[in-house]
Structure formats: structure tokens, C-alpha cells
Ligand binder design. Structure first.
Ligand SMILES: [Cu+2]
Length: 347
């Protein structure tokens, strides 16, 4: 109170200083200011670190997948909802419209980045007509999860039947930890028996992209690196025992086009496109894309065909040049007409 009066007097007098109170006040004020500045700086650093950590741990994908029954004793998965957000739920984006709004064989291709996490809720949405049809699951390859997200029966995992059943969903949690980038199949493991109903249509693919990086392409016989972001189309092509089946993805918009059996893929000339060939079933195959040579992953070799066995996958990138045909040249597959068009349009 005394000090305040003195200050008032100072101002009233038009004097700019009153030695005693100013000497008493200044050190306190400066100390306070320093503390405030240091605190602000520390807070800013903490924010930067939290942001960096958030970036490093990737995004959260909340997915609702429905298992449906089709005619002819087949089953299929349908994407009901796919929300992407920060790990804390911030900046949530609904990307469900990228997928077909009907159940497909193969099922939807789930595309995520290394570092991301997936909360996948599976919904059993049909009336069981036969023993074992009351259980359906999703078992995925390649990414990390704990034993409760294995998607298998208690007979295998020794814990519990990890299935969606009528009126009760099941939630799986996946973590695309560092080192899990790749193309991986997912499939049912629990319907009918412990092998699941993959052969009845319940399968699909998970693509884990690196956040940044490059892919190898063959340019005039030379192995060159192209940025991952240069890929315009992703072709997800399953080699089944007697047919191909596939989906084309616009890699820029994420839009997926379901193409069914022996699909015809399209590309703009001069653009980079990536094939994800996944062998399912039990047969041996030889995949060939006529007129093209590509880098065999993990090597420097340029190849024009690839022998593949069950559950093998082969992912490669080419620069679209000429229209061509892809095929399985294995003897019986050739007889069965396992092939499809690769249509390249001029820019
Ligand atoms: Cu499997």
C-alpha cells in the first residue's frame, strides 16, 4: 500500500523514478520475467517433442469390417467404416467412401503406414446355416499384435475363440511396428474349422507403406530408385488356384475399384505403377507380365517372370510403357486361361 502510494505520487509529480521502490521492484520483476520466459520455452520444447513423438507413432485406423454371406455358399468381407486420426483421436477423417459399398471377394485392401495402429471391429452379419458358421474372424500376417488379436480358435491360441459371432462383435488391435512394411494377406481362421473359410471368400490384403522412401524400378535396363510418392496406381492381384482376382487402387486418392476375376488394369503411359501379386490356394504359379522387366525385390536382378508358391507374394514397380498381358504361365493355369490385360493409355 505504501509503495503504491509512492508510485502514484511519482507519477503525479511527473518524476520518472523513485529510487527506493524501483530498486526493490526491479530484481523481482526481472526474475519473474525470466521464470516466465524459461517456462514458456520449456513448454514450447515439450510441445515440439510431443508433436514429434506423435508423428513417429503414426495414425490410428478405426475400422469396422462386416462378414456377409453371399449366394452359392460363399462369404465376403465389406468395409463398413474406416476412420483415420491421430493416436489421440484428433483430426479424424472418414475415408469409408474409398471402398466399394458391397461385400467383395477378395475383401477390401487396407492401406496404412509403418507406425500406424489399427482397431478393427469385425461384425458377423448373417444367419448361420451350418455348424461352425456362427464364428468368423480376421487373422492377419506381417504386423504385430498380442495373443487376443490372433483371430484364431482356442484350439490354436490356447486362450479363447477370437471370433465375431451373431450379435457379438470382436475387436482386433494391430500395430504396424517399424520393419513391418510390406503387403500381407488377412483372412478368416475360425469358420467351420481351425483353417477358416478363406477358400469361401473371406480374405483380403493389408498394405503397410513406408512413410517415405523409394521403390526400385527398371529404367532402360538400369535399376533406379523412384520416390514411393511417385506411384500412381497399386494393383492388388491374387493368384488363386484357377483364376486371378484383383482390385485397382488410385494411389493418389486412395480410391479402390473392385475388378473381380482376371481383372484388366489401366495405367497412364509414363507413370509408375506397383503390382502386389499374392499367391493363395495350394498350386504353384509362374507370374509373367509380357514385355516388361522389373527389379526382383532384394536383388539387382531384372526379371520378366516369377515362380511363386502358396502364400508367397511378389511386389514390384514398373513404369507403364506398352499395353500388355499378365498371366500365369504354369501349365495347368495357362490351360485354364489365367490372364488379364494391362492397358496403358497415352498421356
Ligand atoms: Cu494366414
Amino acid at each position: 500500500m505504501v509503495m503504491k502510494c509512492k508510485l502514484d505520487v511519482d507519477f503525479l509529480d511527473g518524476k520518472l523514478h523513485n529510487p527506493l521502490p524501483q530498486v526493490m521492484r526491479r530484481p523481482g520483476k526481472q526474475k519473474c520475467l525470466r521464470i516466465v520466459l524459461i517456462t514458456l520455452f520449456l513448454l514450447m520444447m515439450a510441445c515440439v517433442q510431443v508433436q514429434a513423438a506423435g508423428t513417429a507413432t503414426g495414425e490410428l485406423h478405426k475400422i469396422e469390417l462386416v462378414a456377409e454371406k453371399l449366394g452359392g455358399g460363399y462369404f465376403a468381407y465389406r468395409m463398413k467404416q474406416h476412420l483415420v486420426s491421430g493416436m489421440d483421436g484428433s483430426n479424424e477423417q472418414n475415408i469409408t467412401s474409398r471402398y466399394p459399398d458391397f461385400a467383395t471377394i477378395p475383401g477390401p485392401t487396407i492401406v496404412i503406414n509403418e507406425g500406424d495402429e489399427v482397431d478393427l471391429t469385425l461384425i458377423h452379419q448373417f444367419n448361420p446355416d451350418a455348424p461352425g458358421e456362427d464364428q468368423v474372424s480376421v487373422h492377419v500376417h506381417g504386423v504385430h499384435y498380442d495373443i487376443l488379436s490372433d483371430g484364431t480358435l482356442k484350439y490354436i491360441n490356447m486362450v479363447k475363440d477370437e471370433s465375431a459371432v451373431p450379435a457379438l462383435v470382436y475387436e482386433y488391435k494391430w500395430h504396424a511396428a517399424a520393419g513391418t512394411a510390406g503387403t500381407w494377406p488377412y483372412h478368416d481362421h475360425n469358420m467351420i474349422n481351425h483353417n477358416g473359410a478363406e477358400d469361401k471368400g473371406l480374405y483380403g490384403a493389408l498394405i503397410v507403406n513406408k512413410k517415405s522412401g523409394s521403390v526400385d524400378i527398371n529404367l532402360q535396363g538400369q535399376r533406379k530408385a523412384a520416390p514411393l510418392s511417385s506411384i500412381q496406381k497399386d494393383y492388388v492381384l491374387y493368384m488363386l488356384d484357377d483364376t486371378f482376382a484383383g482390385t485397382e487402387i488410385d494411389s493418389i486418392t486412395g480410391q479402390q475399384t473392385y475388378l473381380g476375376a482376371n481383372p484388366a488394369f489401366t495405367a497412364q503411359q509414363g507413370t509408375n505403377v506397383r503390382f502386389h501379386v499374392i499367391a493363395l490356394g495350394t498350386n504353384l504359379h509362374t507370374f509373367k507380365l509380357a514385355g516388361y522387366g522389373w527389379i526382383d525385390p532384394g536383388t539387382n536382378a531384372i526379371i520378366g517372370e516369377k515362380a511363386m508358391g502358396p502364400l508367397e507374394k511378389h511386389v514390384f514397380t514398373v513404369r507403364a510403357g506398352i499395353s500388355s498381358v499378365y498371366k500365369d504361365t504354369a501349365f495347368s493355369s495357362n490351360l485354364l486361361g489365367m490372364k488379364g490385360n494391362f492397358n496403358v493409355h497415352p498421356q
